[in-house]
Design a protein around this ligand. Structure first.
Ligand code: SAH
Length: 392
């Protein structure tokens, strides 16, 4: 195994178990080091601090272990085993009629660069680092060894998540097994999972608990689900007894998926409509008739430098919703931008409320669910936040 050496004092964040080493912290590395390789990390005085995946870029090493150990089948089985055990005891054992969950959440499971979502008997593996890409076969093998009969197929989906410059020519497809069966269940509701062409791994697993909460408020209400993607919130609102649900997404493909998912659960319903349209435009022109709204836009700030524009986007969106919603209405509003903190998001929503002149009260403060854990040593892993608001 090759080794890299850090500059003096640059071991401090590693001693606090932060899993990233920035390129500026490296004093020396071998000339033949390949991108994606597992490297041993040494302090300036030569102590071994652990092992990680090397990558070209600002994050130069993603730590896999703070021990000096090989990254072999035993390692993958141990880490995936721990991730599974945590989900089993905190989530799967308590959730009836559910076979959709995130099994591995990157740094939150001490596997930086790796995402694994499970949909019934199929796991979808997504690499966000070159190292995880190179080890995808080992990961898939360990995954089926750990999960036994629970997972039969492993699909690899990393086309949009790997650094373009690494030139990996990654191929998407099944690493293990094969299936066309793509219906899975969340809280007893069925969803078609589009792992071939869908966003992320095919579904936004992170909104499970927030959708469930919306269901409780839906009875008798007219619901507007903006940025609906696969229609998750819409299907829950229908089960919760909404009088009418309208789903909006700018993508035709998303609207098609939403219609399919509604039909799968409520084949004959006349309570739902879906339109491919810009959410901002719809809010301005047609939204005066709703008393429950969901605002779940894509990350407006992908990086810190985009924060100012993101602020404008969140304020404009929320202010438009507050202006339109009926008195006594409820707004579920979210941000999945990692670069926007909970405090900043709340300030954006406050500004929007103030601009609209409506009286707004916070009923719930929402976040990512337990299968998307935040490693306490890596606060950057916190990304999803939401507010449920009562608008007088
Ligand atoms: N609420 C969804 C996830 C939303 S993802 C769920 O629970 O699964 C964000 C969605 O916003 C994407 O489907 C994207 O197509 C859509 N989108 C992006 N910009 C938009 C716009 N201006 N108007 C409407 N939809 C938009």
């Amino acid at each position: 195994m090759n080794s890299i050496q850090l500059k003096p004092k640059k071991e401090e964040s590693l001693l606090r178990f932060h899993p990233w080493i920035f390129s500026g912290a490296i004093a020396q590395k071998p000339a033949n080091l390949e991108e994606g390789e597992v490297v041993r990390v040494l302090s300036h005085s030569g102590d071994c601090l652990g092992v990680g995946h090397f990558q070209i870029g600002s994050i130069a090493v993603r730590m896999l272990s703070f021990d000096n150990r090989p990254i072999d089948n035993a390692f993958w089985k141990e880490r995936i085993g721990k991730a599974y055990e945590m989900r089993r005891t905190t989530l799967l054992d308590h959730l009836a009629d559910n076979n959709i969950y995130r099994l591995v959440h990157g740094e939150g499971d001490m596997l930086p660069g790796l995402i694994i979502d499970v949909y019934n008997h199929t796991a979808v593996v997504q690499a966000h680092s070159v190292g995880m890409h190179k080890q995808r076969e080992d990961i898939a093998k360990a995954l089926v060894e750990v999960l036994g009969n629970n997972v039969e197929n492993v699909y690899y989906k990393s086309e949009t998540t790997l650094p373009y410059k690494a030139n990996l020519h990654e191929k998407e497809g099944f690493l293990i097994g094969n299936t066309n069966e793509n219906v899975a269940k969340e809280n007893g509701l069925q969803f078609h999972i589009d792992w071939l062409k869908g966003q992320k791994t095919g579904f936004f697993v992170d909104q499970r608990e927030n959708r469930h909460l919306l269901e409780k408020y839906a009875k008798g209400r007219r619901v507007l689900n903006l940025f609906c993607y696969t229609g998750g919130f819409s299907v829950y609102a229908l089960r919760g007894g909404a009088e009418y649900v309208c789903s909006i997404d700018s993508s035709e493909k998303a609207i098609e998926l939403t219609r399919q998912n509604v039909a799968l659960n409520f084949p004959d319903t006349s309570r739902h409509e879906a339109y491919a349209e810009d959410a901002f435009k719809y809010l301005q022109q047609n939204a005066a008739d709703y008393d429950l709204m969901v605002l779940d836009p894509p990350a407006f700030a992908k990086h810190r430098d985009a924060l100012r524009n993101a602020a404008k986007g969140y304020i404009r969106l929320n202010a438009a919703a507050f202006r339109q919603i009926r008195p006594g209405g409820i707004v579920f509003t979210f941000s999945c931008s990692q670069a926007v903190s909970k405090e900043q998001f709340r300030l954006f929503v406050f500004t929007a409320a103030q601009q609209s002149g409506r009286k707004v009260r916070i009923l719930h403060q929402l976040h990512q669910p337990i299968d998307h854990p935040i490693n306490i040593y890596h606060p950057e892993g916190e990304y999803l936040k939401g507010l449920v608001l009562f608008v007088e």
